[in-house]
Write a protein that binds this ligand. Structure first.
Ligand code: SAM
Length: 275
C-alpha cells in the first residue's frame, strides 16, 4: 500500500480483486498488475465517493449489484485494431473460397468472433467475407461477443476515428465506411450493409453459452493470454464442441496450445484446425 495514494488499497484488497475477476471472468492478474488495478478501479471509487477499496469491494458481495459489470469493464484490456494480424484475414479468404464457394441463404457460413472488443475484429471479418464473395450481402452470419458491455456498445455503433482506418486501402474505405461531415469530419461510420452481417451479444467465455449448433470458424484472439493454462484448456474443449470438424480456430500471436493435439491441430501460424 502506498501512502501517496488517494484511496486505501491493501495487499488483501488486491488479492480480493484477483480472486473475484479470476472466478468471474477467468482473468489471471499477476502481482505486477497492482498499480494497473488501482488506477482502473480508482475511477469507480471516485464515482461512488468511496475512500477505501474494501468498502468498494463489499458492494460486490451482492452478485446482482450493477457495479459488477462496471468492475469487469474496468479490468478488461480491450486493445484491438482493424486487420490486426492480417495473415488471418488472408487465410480466412482462402478458406472461404476453398470450402464455402457454394454458401446459400439456407446454409450460410457461420463465424463466431468471441472476444470482439470495440468491433474492429468482426468488421474486419465482415469486410474480408464481403470482398471474397464480391458483394455486400454474402451468405454469412457473424456472431460477435465480448464480456465488456462498454466495448460492445461502441462496436454496435460502428463509429471510429478516421485515424483507425488509416491503414485500410482507398477501396476498403470507400466501400465499407461513410465519412462524417462538419464537426464529425474526423469520424467514420461502418456502412449499414456491413453491420447487418453481424449480431453483437454479451457473452462470458467462462459461463454457459446459449448458442446451439456449430460454427465453421471461430476467432478467439488475444484473450486466452489473460487466462491460466487450466482455463485455456477448458475453453478449448468448449470451442471444440462448437466448431465443425475441419473448422478453423484463429488465436492471438502469442497464444499456443501444444497439449490440445487431440482436438486441435496447428495448421499454420496461430491457426488451428478442429480434428
Ligand atoms: C485484448 S482484447 C482482444 C480483442 C480482439 N480479439 C483482438 O485480438 O484484437 C481482449 C478482449 O477479451 C475480452 N474478454 C476478457 N475476458 C473475457 C471473458 N471471460 N469472456 C469474453 N470476453 C472476455 C475483453 O473484454 C476484451 O475486449
Amino acid at each position: 500500500m502506498s501512502s501517496a495514494r488517494e484511496f486505501v488499497f491493501t495487499a488483501n484488497d488486491f488479492a480480493h480483486v484477483q480472486k473475484l475477476i479470476y472466478e468471474h471472468a477467468g482473468i489471471s492478474l499477476s502481482e505486477q498488475k497492482n498499480d494497473l488495478v488501482y488506477s482502473r478501479l480508482a475511477k469507480r471509487l471516485r464515482k461512488h465517493k468511496i475512500h477505501r477499496f474494501d468498502t468498494y469491494l463489499h458492494l460486490l458481495d451482492d452478485i446482482q449489484h450493477p457495479e459488477w459489470q462496471e468492475f469487469i469493464n474496468a479490468l478488461t484490456t480491450n486493445l484491438t485494431s482493424f486487420f490486426r494480424e492480417n495473415h488471418h484475414f488472408i487465410r480466412l479468404s482462402h478458406y472461404l473460397k476453398e470450402n464455402f464457394s457454394d454458401a446459400t441463404a439456407d446454409k450460410p457460413v457461420k463465424i463466431w468472433c468471441s472476444a470482439s472488443s470495440t468491433g474492429e475484429e468482426p468488421y474486419s471479418i465482415a469486410m474480408t467475407v464481403a470482398t471474397t464473395y464480391g458483394k455486400l450481402n454474402p451468405h454469412v452470419k457473424i456472431l460477435a461477443t465480448d464480456l465488456d458491455t462498454h466495448v460492445l456498445d461502441k462496436a454496435k455503433k460502428g463509429i471510429y476515428h478516421i485515424d483507425n482506418i488509416e491503414k485500410l486501402s482507398f477501396l476498403q474505405k470507400e466501400r465499407f465506411f461513410l465519412k462524417g461531415s462538419g464537426e464529425k469530419s474526423e469520424l467514420v461510420k461502418v456502412r449499414s450493409e456491413l453491420k447487418s452481417l453481424i449480431t453483437f451479444n454479451q457473452l462470458n467465455l467462462l459461463a454457459d453459452w446459449p448458442m446451439k449448433g456449430k460454427f465453421d470458424l471461430i476467432f478467439c484472439r488475444n484473450v486466452m493470454i489473460y487466462f491460466d493454462k487450466p482455463t485455456q484448456y477448458k475453453l478449448l474443449e468448449h470451442f471444440a464442441k462448437h466448431l465443425s470438424s475441419g473448422g478453423l480456430l484463429f488465436v492471438g500471436h502469442s497464444e499456443s496450445f501444444p497439449n490440445a493435439g487431440h482436438i486441435f491441430k496447428l495448421d499454420k501460424q496461430t491457426v488451428y484446425v478442429r480434428c
